[in-house]
Write a new protein. Structure first.
Length: 495
């Protein structure tokens, strides 16, 4: 457990080696502002993962259960963790987050602290454990596993009282010690209201700023699963993007001023982040493939289309955020064919788009390179598809240019950029030009690059592309510059 919950020594060295080389080459190239932790860097590499909303609500056709549901209602007829996980993997997801307990309080594992769980359901004759089966399937198929444990519990008799916090933390410890490595613990700002509450059937309100005592709960996660990032609208590692549409702001800075924020508090600034910001807390875009978060038969024909999923991808991952796409199992305990059909086509288009980097083999020149062209900062690093290598300029050069000479006309409609994140988010604004009729013509511009910036637009055909950094808070440190074409490019009209 101890070793699995931490980044490997080799991973740490690979992430820090470029910065160490930068130091030895010409003095320290220090981060600008806040920089990501190692656990956040690991999260940034995932970019796209999934949510599994599954509980008694799946069988009662509700979004929020009241808490009085009979455990016997939970009875998937053909639960198949392998089908769910392989479908997620085939869609390009790097991990899955399971709703181990939603607001209704029903636990998908046989918790020792309540009877309101799978152990009192007819599924698997009361011997089943959804958390175990999904976590094992994730490990088998190479996906990371995460858990959501709702702070609000409409079933528990002590909700709203100090005794509930002890109960909540006991269940958190169960999840963090019985199911292997966990990449994220997902908290939200669910803060009370009407509920069953052990038969009281009343409304209970809490002070969401103080009741949960989040700092101490966070410390439990840090001590038991130090490699896990924690999500909420206030972090501390990953923040909510401020909507459930899957859309990040433009720009979407990875930094934010976190003082005074707490789960369930103000959403101001979450969508675009804050620049400059005091804390590195990047955004996650959570969205469901269906109108609701849980499976409802009436929504079988309302699944998001591949085109809509692509739009969301470019407006989340393509703006430096993470995409958490909910794919709810149906009443059989499998992903519905309507969802699978949309996921397959979405992934097919993404795979076809990014199968070939059209910038590969191009001549790449920079107006300035740190250390008089030192190999550590060579512009060629932008073409090796490695997050751990990068191009950088001298300290005083904050508006440099990069030129790709492609050798022949190339058609593309997606440009991919990445900053070298261990040095912070340094670039404020950029522009892209194509060589057209003997002169440079701007075809795109933007602000904020961060972990990944995908500029998707109309098709461009040119033999030269120029990237201009038009504003930066510190000398740029860029890790990727790529050109790609969606599969329809062959039928599109060139610009």
């Amino acid at each position: 457990m101890f070793m699995r919950s931490r980044l490997s020594i080799l991973t740490i060295i690979s992430l820090l080696l470029p910065a160490l080389r930068a130091h030895s080459a010409m003095g320290p190239l220090v981060p600008y502002g806040p920089a990501p932790s190692l656990r956040q860097l690991r999260w940034h590499e995932m970019e796209f993962y999934g949510f599994l909303h599954f509980t008694v609500n799946t069988f009662t056709d509700k979004e929020w259960g009241y808490g009085d549901e009979d455990e016997k209602v939970f009875n998937p007829t053909a639960f198949d963790a392998n089908q769910i996980v392989t479908a997620a993997k085939d869609a390009g997801m790097k991990g899955l987050i399971l709703t181990a307990k939603h607001h209704d309080g029903f636990c998908l594992w046989p918790s020792a602290y309540t009877e309101h769980s799978v152990k009192r359901s007819p599924w698997r004759d009361g011997k089943g454990d959804v958390v175990k089966e999904i976590s094992q399937a994730c490990r088998m198929h190479g996906l990371k596993f995460g858990v959501y444990l709702s702070p609000w519990d409409r079933n528990h008799k002590d909700y709203g009282r100090p005794e509930y916090i002890t109960y909540y933390r006991n269940q958190l410890r169960e999840l963090l010690t019985h199911y292997g490595d966990i990449f994220t613990v997902w908290f939200d700002g669910a803060n009370g209201g009407d509920g069953f509450y052990g038969g009281a059937r009343e409304k209970r309100q809490i002070d969401n700023k103080s009741f949960y005592d989040w700092p101490h709960t966070h410390q439990i996660v840090r001590s038991l699963m130090s490699g896990a990032v924690m999500f909420s609208d206030a972090g501390p590692d990953v923040r909510w993007v401020g909507n459930e549409n899957g859309v990040a702001g433009d720009p979407c800075w990875a930094t934010i001023n976190n003082a005074g924020r707490y789960p369930g508090g103000s959403s101001d600034g979450l969508n675009s982040g804050e620049r400059p910001g005091t804390d590195w807390i990047p955004a996650e875009c959570d969205v469901s493939i269906r109108p609701g978060w849980f499976y409802h038969p009436k929504e079988d024909k309302a699944v998001k289309t591949p085109a809509k999923l692509l739009e969301i991808y470019y407006q989340s991952v393509g703006r430096g955020a993470g995409l958490n796409l909910n794919v709810p199992p149906d009443r059989t305990g499998r992903l519905n064919e309507n969802d699978l059909r949309s996921l397959r086509e979405f992934h097919r288009i993404l795979e076809a788009t990014f199968a070939r980097d059209l910038a590969q083999g191009a001549k790449l020149t920079a107006s300035n390179t740190r250390g008089s062209g030192a190999r550590t900062f060579d512009p060629k690093n932008l073409l090796d598809h490695q997050r751990t290598t990068y191009w950088a300029t001298e300290d005083e050069v904050t508006t440099p240019e990069l030129t790709l000479e492609l050798g022949q006309p190339v058609k593309f409609n997606v440009v991919s950029l990445r900053e070298y994140l261990p040095l912070g988010q340094r670039i404020d604004a950029f522009a892209l030009d194509q060589w057209h009729d003997g002169q440079w013509v701007e075809f795109a511009k933007g602000t904020s690059i961060g972990n990944h910036r995908l500029i998707r637009g109309g098709y461009v055909t040119t033999d030269k592309v120029r990237l201009r950094i038009t504003r930066a808070a510190a000398c740029p440190a860029l890790a990727e510059f790529g050109l790609y074409a969606e599969p329809s490019a062959s039928d599109a009209t060139s610009k």
